[in-house]
Design a protein. Structure first.
Length: 258
């Protein structure tokens, strides 16, 4: 189990938002925190502490007037910590190599692979051909619907027909190095983790998985460690003191080490 930090960028600024509130229309989101520092400040913070594998997420679509400002922040972060961070948000086979060349260790992809509600094998294979399985993280962020967890795309706004279950994980593990899974319904709410989802992921346990969503106290890390059998990595966003919360990086690392 590792601490995998995040740098979420929306409208050109590092933010923590309520995940389920994100809307492309008018670039709206309910904000928990808006940083006074630029993205490279946080990248340097993680680099100085030797924390690897964190993810940068661009939360604006390419069509947004803020997209270029958001992308510029992301590129600053990659430049500050080459090889130490992953990046996602609008990644396709056409631009994935640019981010790796800019310093990303992995690209994180959802919408390009899950087209029209289903897994698009042609796009997935093209992506693997461009970046290599070892540089690809598939984001299976999900929301609860009809008594199951379904993968959502387009900045968590559109449901697919694909479930986060053993069948899906078994198939996709052949194409990527890791999975990143936001529990979108609790993302940014600091009200506790999705225990049912964590149990499911912990029971599967065949490839590295980073879980994000709802962590609001150190006890949540204990629960995640227990249900994930010590194998699922954890992201802490709004509850982290860097982003206005009360959990400290040092104490999180202590909990994980113990």
């Amino acid at each position: 189990m590792e601490f995998r930090p995040c740098i979420d960028i929306h409208n050109g600024k590092v933010k923590q938002i309520v995940g389920s509130s994100l809307k492309d229309e008018n670039d709206r989101a309910v904000e928990n925190f808006v940083a006074g520092h630029e993205a490279d400040y946080y990248a340097q913070y993680y680099k100085d502490r030797g924390i690897r594998g964190g993810h940068i997420i661009l939360l604006n679509p390419v069509s947004s007037e803020y997209y270029e400002a958001t992308r510029a922040q992301a590129m600053k972060a990659l430049g500050a910590y080459p090889g130490g961070l992953q990046i996602g948000g609008g990644i396709t086979d056409a631009n994935a190599r640019d981010y790796l060349d800019a310093g990303a260790s992995h690209v994180i992809v959802t919408s390009f692979v899950f087209k029209d509600g289903r897994i698009n094998m042609e796009n997935l294979e093209r992506l693997v051909k461009v970046v290599g399985k070892e540089h690809l993280v598939l984001d299976l962020s999900c929301r609860w619907k009809d008594d199951d967890y379904y993968i959502v795309t387009d900045r968590w706004q559109k449901f697919t027909e694909e479930k986060v279950d053993e069948k899906t994980l078994d198939m996709l593990m052949n194409y990527c190095d890791e999975f990143l899974i936001h529990a979108v319904d609790v993302e940014g709410k600091s009200q506790g983790i999705e225990e049912k989802l964590v149990r499911r992921l912990g029971e599967w346990n065949k490839l590295p998985i980073t879980y994000a969503g709802g962590v609001h106290c150190y006890e949540d890390i204990e629960v995640l460690k227990q249900y994930g059998y010590g194998k699922i990595h954890v992201t802490v966003g709004s509850a982290l003191d860097l982003f206005g919360g009360h959990m400290t990086t040092d104490k999180i690392l202590e909990y994980i080490k113990e």
